[in-house]
Write a protein that binds this ligand. Structure first.
Ligand SMILES: [Mn+2]
Length: 334
């Protein structure tokens, strides 16, 4: 019998993309999903000739070997995504909708494909991916009131937040179960009204943020602050988004969050000041980490290097322009 398998990131954007597709084309499909950090999910799919696989919101570059193996086995694959893709393979059984434009996300690509059939869910996904301005513009054009689109925004942010953590035990609800509940509603407003989990997700997110707000920085100066988080379920959930909240609250400051990991190292997350968003990657690479200009991290900072990291963080010259970033060891331009 022909199998349908849907594969997506477990965040709001991934779930809302697959959801729109399945509301438009109902099938008893299997869902393969995971935490926010689970990207290479396609290798978990077992499918054979004639089966159909839908992939949403997962980097094609990171899933390329598994994708090629499915295509070679005769599986039909439809791929929607907005992450760095590398070279997209040309294959008669692959249909790809990949768009890396800054103002889009997978839920919006799906919305474009389905001509707005389940737009309210697409907006939930877009809000989850922090596309507030774009989602609100679309909400206004579809006639939603501020009270209505603020509820979609809160839902998107809560669904998204649910995917953060080190393991499924850290989550309020498994993303697959959450998706099964969402699938009962063509309109997210009905989901909000009828599913108690919607309020529970919102409450969980606010409680975690409350815990985080009670912490004082362990180091700070005029240009930045460092926070040391305990290793607890709430901190494992919030460390992926707290930097963003802190940056929004203090746009002129750089922020670093450190949290012990199970093996005794430190997990580090760094955000440049919003007003000078360059310098993060250079800092993180000195300690074996990486990142983009404004946000980056170090997965395993040896605990004894914490002081050295804070020194390097305090010495970082945050820049308004990428060309001004100075690497350690660069000679000062006279
Ligand atoms: Mn996304």
């Amino acid at each position: 019998m022909k199998k349908y398998i849907d594969v997506c990131n477990g965040d709001a954007d991934g779930l809302c993309a697959v959801l729109q597709w399945r509301l438009a084309a109902p099938q008893a499909a299997q869902l393969v999903t995971g935490l926010k950090r689970d990207i290479a999910l396609l290798k978990q799919v077992s499918a054979s000739v004639g089966d159909e696989v839908l992939v949403c919101d997962l980097s094609l570059r990171r899933n390329l070997p598994a994708l090629m193996s499915l295509l070679e086995r005769g599986v039909q694959v439809t791929y929607f995504d907005h992450h760095e893709a590398g070279d997209i393979p040309l294959h008669s059984r692959l249909e790809s909708h990949i768009d890396l434009a800054a103002g889009t996300c997978t839920s919006l690509l799906m919305d474009r494909y389905l001509k707005g059939e389940f737009r309210a869910w697409a907006l939930v996904g877009a809000y989850g991916d922090n596309l507030e301005r774009i989602a609100t513009g679309m909400a206004i054009r579809m006639g939603l009131s501020p009270a209505q689109y603020h509820r979609l925004q809160a839902l998107g942010e809560s669904l998204n937040y649910n995917a953060y953590g080190d393991s499924r035990q850290d989550l309020l609800i498994d993303p697959e179960q959450l998706y099964r509940l969402m699938l009962g509603y063509a309109d997210p407003m009905d989901f909000l009204r009828q599913e108690p989990v919607a309020q529970e997700l919102d409450l969980r997110r606010h409680n975690d943020l409350q815990q985080a707000r009670q912490m004082a920085p362990c180091w700070h100066n005029a240009s930045g602050a460092v926070y040391l988080l305990p290793d607890a379920p709430w901190s494992r959930r919030i460390i992926g988004s707290l930097g963003n909240s802190l940056a929004l609250a203090e746009p002129g400051l750089a922020h670093a969050l450190l949290k012990p990991t199970a093996n005794g190292d430190m997990l580090v997350s760094v955000r440049a000041p919003l007003t000078a968003p360059y310098g993060t990657a250079v800092l993180c690479r000195q300690f074996g980490g990486d990142g983009r200009a404004a946000a980056g991290g170090i997965d395993q900072l040896p605990a004894h290097k914490m002081e050295q990291f804070i020194l390097a963080f305090s010495a970082t010259q945050w820049c308004e322009h990428p060309a001004a970033v100075r690497r350690p060891g660069d000679r000062n331009n006279a």
